[in-house]
Design a binder for this molecule. Structure first.
Ligand code: GDP
Ligand code: MG
Ligand code: K
Length: 299
C-alpha cells in the first residue's frame, strides 16, 4: 500500500439517546472513552475517538442530544449538530432495532433530509431481536431516507462491527493522518475527567440545569511529594442562579460533586487525587468552542 492512498475523514455519530452510540465507539476504540449513562445527553459533540489502521484513520464525532428544539439551548445544539453533519465525510445514523421507530428517530430523519453527506443506517442491538423483526425494521427505515448503506450490528457484543468499519472506510477520501497513530482522543484524560465531573453534577443537581453545565479541566499535574494528582477544573454555568444551585448551601452541593467525582478520577488514574473545583458563570461558554478547533485541526 503506497502512502498517498491513505484515507481519512470525520464521521458523525447521530442517534437518539440510548441507542448505543457510546457503546459502539467504545467497542471500536477498545476502551472507555465516552461516558455511558442511562441519562440522555451526558455526552456532547466534542468527543473524538480516533481509530487508525494501516490504511485509514477515522475520527468519530459523537453528536448526541438531537431532539426537537424546545428552548434556546436546544436550538443551539441543533446548530452545532447541523454544522457537524456538514463538516463530516460520513454520517452514522444509529437506531435501536429493538424499538419501534419513534418521534426522536423521525426528527433526525427530518434533519437529515437535505444532507448530501452519505448516510449509513446502523441497526444496533440485533442481539435483542428475531431476524424477521430485523427485516421488518429495514423495510420501515428504507422508505424514510436515501441511505448509502444499511448495516445491522450489535455494538455490545461486537457483531458485525468490523464489517461496519470496512463500509465506513469505503466512504473516506484520500487524506492525511490527522492524529498520531497511538492517539485515541485529543486529551483523553482531560476529557474523561471533565466528563466524570459533569456526570456527577448532572446526577446531583435539579432537572432544570443539566444542559447549562460544561466542565473544563484546566490542570492535571502529578504532585511528586504526596503522590497525589492535582486536578483543577471549572464547572461552567450560564446564570447566577445556576451557580448557586451547583455550589449549594454553604458549598454542600459542590463538595458532594467533588467527592463523588474524585473517587471515579482516582479509579481512572490509579492514584490519589486532590480535586479543586470552581464554578463560573459564562453566558455563552458553548460558543467559545470553534468547531474545527474542537476537532483538533491545527494551522
Ligand atoms: P447512547 O446514549 O446512544 O450513547 O447509548 P449507550 O451506548 O450509552 O447505550 C445505552 C444502553 O444500551 C446501555 O445500557 C448499553 O449497554 C445498551 N446497548 C448498547 N448497544 C447494545 C447492543 O448492541 N445490544 C444490547 N443488548 N444493548 C446495547
Ligand atoms: Mg452516549
Ligand atoms: K439533573
Amino acid at each position: 500500500m503506497s502512502e498517498d492512498k491513505f484515507k481519512s475523514g470525520f464521521i458523525s455519530i447521530i442517534g437518539r439517546p440510548n441507542v448505543g452510540k457510546s457503546t459502539f465507539m467504545n467497542k471500536v476504540l477498545g476502551q472507555k472513552v465516552a461516558i455511558m449513562s442511562d441519562k440522555p445527553q451526558t455526552t456532547r459533540n466534542k468527543i473524538q475517538g480516533v481509530y487508525t489502521t494501516g490504511q485509514s484513520q477515522m475520527i468519530f464525532i459523537d453528536t448526541p442530544g438531537i431532539h426537537k428544539p424546545k428552548h434556546q439551548l436546544g436550538e443551539h445544539m441543533m446548530k452545532v449538530a447541523r454544522n457537524t453533519l456538514r463538516e463530516t465525510e460520513v454520517i452514522l445514523f444509529i437506531i435501536n432495532v429493538a424499538e419501534e421507530i419513534g418521534r426522536g428517530d423521525e426528527f433526525i430523519i427530518e434533519m437529515l433530509k437535505n444532507t448530501t453527506t452519505p448516510i449509513i443506517l446502523v441497526l444496533n442491538k440485533i442481539d435483542l431481536v428475531h431476524p424477521d423483526d430485523l427485516i421488518k425494521q429495514i423495510e420501515v427505515y428504507k422508505d424514510t431516507l436515501e441511505f448509502s448503506e444499511i448495516v445491522p450490528i450489535s455494538a455490545l457484543q461486537g457483531n458485525n462491527v468490523d464489517k461496519l468499519l470496512e463500509v465506513i472506510e469505503s466512504y473516506l477520501p484520500e487524506g492525511p493522518m490527522y492524529y498520531p497513530e497511538d492517539r485515541v482522543t485529543d486529551h483523553p484524560e482531560h476529557f474523561i475527567v471533565s466528563e466524570l465531573i459533569r456526570e456527577k453534577a448532572l446526577h446531583l443537581t435539579s432537572q432544570e440545569i443539566p444542559h447549562a453545565i460544561g466542565v473544563e479541566v484546566e490542570k492535571m499535574k502529578a504532585n511528586e511529594e504526596g503522590g497525589k494528582v492535582h486536578v483543577q477544573a471549572t464547572i461552567y454555568v450560564e446564570r447566577e442562579s445556576q451557580k448557586g444551585m451547583v455550589i449549594g448551601k454553604g458549598g454542600k452541593m459542590l463538595k458532594e460533586i467533588g467527592k463523588l467525582a474524585r473517587v471515579d478520577i482516582e479509579n481512572l488514574l490509579g492514584s490519589k487525587v486532590y480535586l479543586e473545583l470552581w464554578v463560573k458563570v459564562q453566558k455563552d461558554w458553548r460558543n467559545k468552542t470553534n468547531f474545527i478547533r474542537s476537532l483538533g485541526y491545527r494551522d
